[in-house]
Design a protein around this ligand. Structure first.
Ligand SMILES: [Zn+2]
Length: 432
């Protein structure tokens, strides 16, 4: 059993001025606490919530005696999270600031600070006592209410000052049973594609993530230069145009659609998804041709980390097990002869140093992930008998043939719901 969480966002009804001003005051005090705590945490290097609370709780209570005491708890949680991610950025050299900027404040609530009244209203504890807030439910909310999800005790609220509304972040939880896997589904993630090995066939899904990130990067840069010249540095017009770029949406869309297809295959076949274990900073090796460090980080986050995370999350939701293997040499070792495969500079097709057969890099990676998973831990999945000979028996494939994946363009798979759509495609067997 694992438990998974989903956040659902609902808006409150428009609040009376007097009620809303209570939340404005509350937000002010909360922001103050978070700012102090974050500064303190960053300068003293304390990122543990319990330590921060132990050191600062009394002081905060003295400062805000009218505020329900648990705001001091949640502010510490909030601040320690901010401090942690800031120090991480700092360590990677991705920020020049001394302290993180506390721009947006979302008030964290724990089980003492809010409660549900009905299906469409909650009460929030404030310095003026409990305040009832009605909200506007929507389709997605009812979906979670009516299914096997339960509401978590943590929630967050944010103020929408223009509309005098609260934006309420509710968290729903669910317990999921992880099945006992019958086989493996290796997934090799790259900057521009994702390959998966399904019962002896490698499918290569084009994502174009690197191109997407680079494209937006150059577009942003040219907009910046153009507008700064016309309207001065950091103008409103520029910010508005930038927002219209929708880079995030495009990336999210690609990520989730692909994760859906992959995890559904695993679920239908009751397989374990096999992923490469990403190291601390593998971006350096994987996309080293990108010189700009921030840009490299972005590409890495979007393509490698982002896609893996989406697969992991989708897998958790469906109870699909995920197994990680060491990525070392996965694309350099011949899956048949265990010898070295050499690639001419930049080519994705390599040659085995013993058999002389040609291999597509992603096909090699998938097979090696598969073998590593098999050898890694027998307990996670029974050996897939009858799937392929793993005992080193002779190879049926002619040694001069190229082991190639079935490539699928993004324009094609973006409309798919599952790999079943693949049946119209002619598979090229790459059996070993
Ligand atoms: Zn070979």
């Amino acid at each position: 059993m694992t438990s998974i969480a989903r956040t659902v966002i609902v808006n409150s009804t428009r609040l009376p001025r007097k009620v809303f001003s209570v939340f404005v005051e509350l937000e002010g005090m909360y922001r103050n606490m978070v700012e102090q705590l974050t500064m303190y945490a960053v300068s003293s290097g304390i990122t543990s919530f319990t330590r921060l609370k132990a050191l600062k709780y009394r002081e905060l209570r003295k400062q805000y005696p009218h505020l329900p005491s648990h705001y001091a708890y949640t502010a510490c949680q909030d601040a320690s999270t901010r401090a942690k991610s800031f120090l991480k950025l700092k360590k990677k050299g991705l920020t020049d600031r001394e302290y993180p900027e506390i721009r947006n404040v979302t008030i964290w609530l724990d089980d003492h600070l809010w409660k549900t009244n009905s299906l469409t209203s909650i009460s929030i504890a404030t310095h003026k006592g409990w305040v009832v807030v009605k909200f506007e439910p929507h389709k997605q909310y009812w979906k979670y209410i009516s299914r096997e999800w339960r509401l978590a005790s943590e929630a967050k609220i944010k103020l929408d000052k223009r509309n005098r509304q609260l934006i309420i972040y509710l968290v729903f939880m669910k317990e999921v049973d992880v099945y006992k896997p019958r086989g493996y589904l290796p997934v090799d993630v790259n900057e521009n594609s994702v390959a998966l090995l399904v019962d002896g066939v490698v499918y290569l899904f084009e994502t174009g993530m690197e191109r997407l990130v680079l494209g937006y990067y150059y577009r942003r840069k040219s907009i910046q230069e153009k507008y700064d010249k016309l309207y001065g540095v950091n103008s409103r017009v520029r910010r508005k145009t930038m927002r219209k770029l929708k880079e995030r949406n495009r990336k999210q869309d690609i990520k989730w659609k692909l994760a859906n297809i992959i995890v559904r295959v695993a679920y239908e076949k009751q397989y374990t998804v096999v992923l490469e274990k990403l190291g601390k900073n593998p971006a350096g090796n994987m996309i080293k041709r990108i010189k700009d460090e921030q840009l490299r980080h972005r590409i890495y986050q979007a393509s490698f980390k982002g896609i893996q995370k989406a697969i992991e999350e989708k897998a958790r939701e469906l109870g699909v097990p995920v197994f990680y293997v060491d990525p070392k040499y996965t694309s350099k070792t011949c899956p048949i002869h265990k010898s070295q495969i050499t690639y001419d500079n930049g080519s994705r097709i390599g040659k085995c140093s013993i058999g002389g057969e040609l291999w597509h890099r992603d096909v090699v990676a998938c097979w090696n992930l598969f073998f590593k998973a098999l050898g890694g831990d027998g307990s996670i999945a029974p050996s897939p008998r009858g799937l392929l000979p793993v005992d080193g028996s002779p190879v049926p494939l002619g040694s001069t043939a190229t082991h190639e994946p079935i490539e699928i363009q993004r324009s094609l798979w973006a409309r798919w719901k599952s790999l079943d759509a693949m049946r119209d495609h002619k598979p090229i067997q790459t059996s070993i």
